[in-house]
Design a protein. Structure first.
Lengths: 190, 246
């Protein structure tokens, strides 16, 4: 092997590593947040993120479009969760364990609202929670969420509608919106 | 756009910037009010979903996946070093622990290396004041055990321990459960490894840790702690309780 070939390969390896590290830098926090809310378990979320990025590194050359990196990572994470954890895990989540980072407002009312919302999200059925996480944490459009979840776009929009309706109803049970929302969702087909 | 469609789209995506939706929102005060409420709710939702503590050191661990092997870690050197370690280990351990197979000793060496790799993670937890550390929940322990193909018949005894670490680890080529409890003199690791049982109990040889790998039914269990930690009671508590579920 010629010296220039070795040198070229080193450059290529170095470039690949730099692009991977840039990807980690940009996305690892959102990937961890998604893993946490998906599994509702910090330890498993960390393991899952490590497994996700390990697989991403091994298959890094298959990532042709950097703009698609986030959807690619989230898809790997979902697949690994299904493969490694989901089938072993009944619903063993302590929804009252609100050990999330405090926001920077520090106001008691705000904190209390955040705790209630945290618990409400924890209680949300996975079918509704999942597209909501992809929309809010992932920043994905309805079409992108549909692709990731292998659903049609209407189903995704219906589930997003129901997710927010249910959260609002959990938080404000006296809200008479519940009946109205139920009426509305009956008219929307999956 | 009628009210039903507007409401559906507003709940599906309150931040929708499409022109038809924005125009529909401006069509009535009621719609503007609804959208205003949903936008406020969206801020709370975003704040809550983003408020997750990111584990310290996670970024460094992820970057390590791409870390190039140093010359001493290259395959050839690693193979040579491994064969020397195994040969030395075999000679030393066979002398001290006759009757062990090469597989037993390979698992021993892998376990010792694993303990040193993971130690910084659970050592950190030992530094936290016990009064401020709620520990790992039993739900999480059960989840990890189940994912490693194990469970405990009478979990109450183990539940009394203050667990500070629970993780799935790759040991012996299989997923293993690594739990760590607070002991009297430091962290106590309890590890369930679903591999062919070792020929007999393997004593750990290490500068820091003491403990044993014990064959239990269809797999192995290891209880490992600091040199001065009494481990017998943990072994007896666990060995009759473990069930391999897969």
């Amino acid at each position: 092997m010629s010296k220039s070939t070795v040198h070229g390969r080193n450059n290529s390896d170095s470039d690949r590593r730099k692009r991977y590290e840039a990807l980690v830098d940009e996305l690892y926090q959102d990937v961890f947040r998604y893993a946490f809310w998906l599994t509702r378990n910090k330890g498993i979320a960390e393991d899952l993120v490590q497994e996700t990025f390990l697989r991403a590194w091994r298959a890094f050359d298959s990532l042709q479009n950097q703009k698609a990196a986030k959807a690619w990572l989230f898809t790997i994470l979902r697949r690994e969760n299904a493969r490694l954890y989901e089938r072993y895990r009944p619903e063993l989540v302590d929804i009252d364990d609100v050990s999330v980072a405090e926001d920077d407002t520090g106001e008691p009312d705000h904190r209390q609202k955040q705790v209630e919302l945290h618990q409400a999200i924890m209680r949300l059925d996975k079918d509704y929670r999942d597209p909501l996480l992809l929309q809010v944490i992932g920043g994905f459009s309805g079409k992108e969420i549909a692709d990731i979840l292998d659903l049609n776009n209407n189903t995704v929009m219906t589930r997003l509608f129901r997710a927010r309706s249910k959260l609002k109803n959990i938080l404000v049970p006296e809200d008479d919106a519940e009946d109205a929302d139920n009426d509305l969702t009956d008219k929307i087909t999956d | 756009m009628d009210d039903l469609e507007f409401r559906t789209r507003a709940f599906s995506n309150p931040l929708d910037e499409q022109e038809d939706f924005r125009a529909a929102a401006d069509a009535s005060p009621e719609r503007r009010q609804l959208l205003g409420e949903l936008n406020e709710f969206e801020k709370d939702l975003q704040r809550t979903l983003m408020a997750v503590d990111i584990p310290g050191g996670l970024k460094r661990k992820l970057n390590q996946h791409a870390r190039p092997a140093s010359p001493l870690r290259s395959r050839r050197f690693l193979a040579l070093a491994a064969s020397l370690v195994v040969a030395t280990g075999l000679a030393l351990n066979l002398f001290l622990q006759p009757g062990l197979s090469a597989q037993d000793l390979a698992l021993h060496d892998e376990l010792v290396e694993h303990m040193h790799q993971e130690a910084p993670s659970f050592d950190n937890r030992m530094d936290i004041d016990i009064n401020n550390d709620s520990g790992i929940s039993w739900n999480e322990i059960e989840t990890i055990l189940a994912a490693a193909g194990t469970s405990l018949k009478t979990p109450e005894e183990l539940a009394a321990l203050h667990m500070i670490f629970a993780r799935l680890c790759g040991l012996g080529g299989s997923r293993s459960a690594h739990l760590v409890a607070r002991g009297e003199h430091g962290p106590i690791s309890i590890i369930f490894i679903r591999t062919a049982p070792v020929s007999r109990g393997v004593e750990l040889r290490d500068d820091r840790f003491q403990g044993r790998i014990i064959p239990v039914n269809e797999g192995n269990m290891a209880v490992i702690g600091e040199k001065n930690e009494p481990l017998d009671r943990y072994e007896s508590m666990l060995r009759d309780n473990i069930e391999w579920s897969i």
